[in-house]
Design a protein around this ligand. Structure first.
Ligand SMILES: [Fe+2]
Length: 307
């Protein structure tokens, strides 16, 4: 369950004041205690009822540049975009109700409803507008998980609750899992997000709550397409390089991407399976189990094609 930060903040501040505070105090968003220290400032921004609509309206006047640094879906408005030299970014999230126009138009997936997941980053949140989204909250121990699909995620159910207006919480990276359910009516939350170079390398999972298992890894890691590009020709000795990465990279999911790239460049399913077979004794359970699953899928596919 995200850590609930009790407060009685009545003061309202501007977005600029929040950003200035975070920069001046060099808030280390990877550390829970520093996020908790910064939380009252987010509550104060939450007490400002007009800044968000003022900002969006102002940006709409120059629509060709509207949110041009925003790589999220339209559910998210970037209030202060990520920068390589600062450890945070600030955003607002839209949470429509089940019967809202936005949900009817886009479906519930667009708003991450009924898609249980954890986070590979810390973030603070405050309920800004409306009754707030609901969540079924769980906790798990990241260190006890290998991360392969079908693994017992050892989820512990904590409670169902919602992000009421003014409620301030710290979602802890690799601890808190939630299954979000639609808000009772249109709602908005504000976040201070951890922005760290390590995030793309640490896994964020989706879950199968029926079986209490890991469903898959959902955060992007672009090494899979990079390795594919490198292997388009071997004139630069790319095969040796990718094989080295497949055996030695510090992160198991990067090793896995290299293994899949090597297998995918083979001319037949048999050759691809032979590449995969050579990694069945890998020390990482994520690599071993995922390679096993890939071999099974390829053999099933092959049998079907030949039938
Ligand atoms: Fe989430």
């Amino acid at each position: 369950m995200p850590y609930v930060i009790e407060h009685e903040e009545k003061e309202a501040i501007s977005l600029e004041e929040l950003v200035e505070y975070l920069v001046d105090n060099n808030i280390e968003t990877a550390k829970h205690e520093e996020m908790i220290e910064a939380a009252p400032m987010l509550a104060k921004l939450g007490n400002n009822p007009t800044f968000l609509s003022d900002m969006v309206t102002k940006e709409l006047h120059n629509y060709s540049e509207f949110q041009d640094e925003n790589t999220y879906s339209s559910q998210v408005i970037l209030l202060h975009p990520p920068r390589p030299d600062i450890r945070f970014f600030v955003r607002a999230n839209i949470w429509p109700g089940k019967a809202d126009y936005l949900t009817a138009l886009n479906g519930t997936d667009a708003f991450f409803y009924h898609r249980p997941h954890d986070h590979n980053f810390n973030f603070l949140t405050v309920g800004y507008h409306g009754p707030g989204y609901w969540s079924d909250y769980y906790e798990y121990d990241y260190g006890d998980i290998d991360g392969y699909a079908g693994e017992d995620a050892q989820l512990r159910f904590i409670e169902r609750s919602r992000l009421d207006k003014g409620k301030l919480m710290l979602y802890r990276a690799h601890v808190d899992v939630h299954d979000q359910l639609p808000a009772d009516s249109f709602s908005v939350s504000l976040n201070i997000m951890e922005n760290s170079i390590k995030n793309p390398f640490l896994d964020q999972y989706s879950y199968d709550l029926k079986n209490k298992t890991i469903k898959g890894i959902i955060n992007q890691n672009n090494t899979d397409s990079l390795f594919q590009l490198a292997l388009m020709s071997d004139s630069g000795n790319s095969r040796d390089v990718i094989e080295h990465i497949a055996k030695n990279h510090e992160f198991s999911r990067v090793r896995l991407n290299a293994i899949h790239a090597l297998a995918s460049r083979q001319y037949s399913v048999e050759q691809a399976v032979s590449v995969l077979n050579s990694y069945l004794a890998a020390p990482s359970a994520l690599v071993r189990k995922t390679v096993e699953q890939s071999i099974r899928r390829m053999e099933q596919h092959n049998a079907k094609v030949k039938a």
